[in-house]
Design a protein around this ligand. Structure first.
Ligand SMILES: [Zn+2]
Length: 75
């Protein structure tokens, strides 16, 4: 009976080791965003695709006007 518990513990330990390793590999493969990159305007919060957005100092805006308004309000 003692041996059975010992082998069961080893089996659980191996299973736990395999399980704990797998999510780490998956996390590395997961892309930060979906295929269609969606960003939101830092000023008004409207969602638009990354290609449509105006990139300004690592922030995205829906239009030039909002990028200027955001900079003026933050400084
Ligand atoms: Zn906007």
């Amino acid at each position: 009976m003692g041996k059975l518990i010992f082998y069961l513990l080893i089996a659980v330990l191996i299973y736990w080791l395999i399980r704990s390793r797998q999510p780490k590999q998956k996390e590395a493969e997961v892309l930060p965003e979906s295929a269609e990159d969606m960003v939101n305007c830092a000023y008004c919060g409207v969602y638009l695709t990354k290609s449509e957005a105006i990139d300004h100092h690592n922030k995205y805006f829906c239009c030039n006007e909002h990028s200027h308004l955001y900079i003026n309000s933050s400084s």
